[in-house]
Design a protein around this ligand. Sequence first.
Ligand code: SAH
Length: 387
Amino acid sequence: MAEAQVVITQRGAERLFAGHLWVYRSDIRGTDASPGDAVRVCDERGRFLGRAFYSERSQISVRLITRDDVPMDRNFFAARIRAAAAFRERVVEDTQVCRLVYGEADQFPSLIVDRYADYLVIQTLSQATERRKTEIVEILEEIFSPRGIVERNDPKVRLLEGLDQKVSLLAGEVPPEVIALENGVRFHFDLFKGQKTGGFLDQRENRRAAAEYASGEVLDCFTYNGGFALTLAGKCQHVEAIDLSPTAVEAGRRNQALNQITNVAFREANAFDVLKQCDEQGRRFDMILLDPPAFAKNRASVPAARRGYKEINLRSLKLLRPGGYLVTCSCSHHIPEHLFLEIITEAANDARRIAAVVERRTQSRDHPILLTVPETHYLKCFIIKVL
Ligand code: SAH
């Protein structure tokens, strides 16, 4: 059978030459491909441009996999996963939890694979990776011999591909809770119901970095299961860890008990209110951590998000003792780093604080940023010292 082919416009071809990996529906001239095929991509003169995953539903019709003229067989995909894993061997340390495959950034578009100790969680976010799910599971079993594999295919983007949202066990067995070590701290992870694929793996290096500066009294405002709070508790007198969600607070408390840590107080509350109350009560801290959910989910919400980020950063900067540290994050892709820094600068000025950036950080290295796909850079994290 002849290989399916997608013919793209000159504009589409130019995008690929400029390093982009995606070609949109409006730049497709014609195709004989079926949903989810791995196709040959060429321009209108028939020139070969590479091989890609094809989606007949999404606005992103073509996701480039390679510019080389090589067959898209099982060995090819297994080699991609092996290469991604080999990179983690190099950069991931002191953890049983990490991202093994980060889609486009690992040249395996629309596939996510996360490791939680002996278990794997995958997301197949396009028609092409969905169609290859069985093969991907086989490859993962071959390479990693996991005890079980879960699909966390509940992200909404699946709907754009005409795929349903579902969570299920794909191989082996997975307990309702997996215990795994990160930076020397043990956490319970619920791979079926926890946030994202079970936890926020992208903050691992930032938690460790924050711990270097931690001391005295600390406030962790969006703690989830205690990621930052428990990592730095050993260096502090007392940590107050806040989250709006009762399940998160409960998970934090259980993780604290699991590690026999006794100086973290988990509390269900709204961080906006807590910061305001602390100010009214004249309380002071040596470190404040801000890791809120994405305030800007789309372009239209950027102005409101900007006000939200400004408010929590301004209040936090006021509450810090001289010599204290603010660890402040934004995971909104729509708030680029320079804008986030501008917001923090305004907040510092309004709070009448002189502050210095001591670390300018991003997501952990197992979530590499692809130069030509800005969407792969979403997490900003600044460690700021109040002088
Ligand atoms: N810092 C965590 C991840 C935080 S995710 C880690 O290192 O793993 C964002 C968290 O903020 C979620 O758990 C969510 O429940 C919580 N949240 C959302 N809005 C909030 C608010 N207004 N006040 C406090 N917590 C909030």
